[in-house]
Design a protein around this ligand. Structure first.
Ligand SMILES: [Zn+2]
Length: 234
């Protein structure tokens, strides 16, 4: 389960993870809390006569095409608005319902801090709060509570300022073509295509350096929120 603040974030930051797990048989659900219609759609706003609804439907179509290219099972748009992102309790309960319906194996969202973007940590806060409510026996006691899905924070745009560091490097070499295809669905943000290709290559070099697999070319970094639980260190 991926909780994305805006409609393109899941592509730059976790498209490889989505494509990889879809191929492994996971049913990946992407929740886009907003379309990024105000804050992350500058190119569309430069079109003369553009409206808010026009931007939203354009971003929605791009995100749906990207999710399809990655083999995601489902993409859902909450349309809560961006810049600023503010949510009511009903939005949190709606996300709790998604958690309860899926009982996800793992959750992806944004870094806990981002001085350039207040919506990103807000999305993580919402994802975390909904996760904890979904674990609470007193919330809809008639339903099954969820387990303890690990939460992975995907890479922000400017990592150091966001106090983010990679605890996990995921080898996405085998699905790079799918990621690049999804990236190219984001026509409204073409200026980021090469940037995130370079991020993938750089993380790939680091992944190869930190493993015995020297064939890794592309990787995505993730920061863990909770400790990894294991019966064996290897
Ligand atoms: Zn964003």
């Amino acid at each position: 389960m991926v909780v994305s603040a805006h409609s393109a974030d899941f592509v730059w930051r976790s498209a490889g993870c989505i494509a990889l797990h879809a191929k492994l048989g996971y049913k990946v659900t992407v929740v886009c809390l907003s379309y990024g219609e105000r804050g992350e759609s500058a190119k569309l706003w430069r079109i003369k006569g553009m409206t808010l609804e026009g931007v939203k439907s354009g971003r929605r179509a791009e995100a749906e095409a990207a999710a399809a290219a990655l083999g995601a099972a489902h993409i859902e748009f909450f349309d809560v608005g961006d810049y600023p992102m503010r949510v009511t309790d009903d939005v949190i309960y709606r996300l709790v319902d998604v958690y309860r319906a899926l009982n996800p194996a793992f959750v992806l969202s944004h870094s806990l801090r981002d001085p350039y973007n207040f919506d990103h940590p807000m999305a993580t806060h919402i994802a975390q709060e909904a996760r904890i409510i979904a674990q609470a026996h007193g919330h809809h006691p008639d339903q099954q509570v969820i387990g303890a899905p690990p939460v992975f924070l995907f890479e922000p745009h400017q990592t150091e300022q966001c106090e983010w560091r990679p605890d996990v490097l995921l080898d996405i070499t085998s699905v790079w073509d799918e990621k690049r295809k999804a990236i190219e669905c984001m026509v409204g943000q073409e200026h980021l295509w090469e940037y995130y290709t370079r991020v993938g290559l750089n993380r790939g070099v680091q992944a190869a350096r930190n493993s015995d697999n020297k064939n890794i070319k592309y990787a995505e970094g993730y920061q863990r929120v909770y400790p990894q639980v294991t019966g064996e260190l290897s």
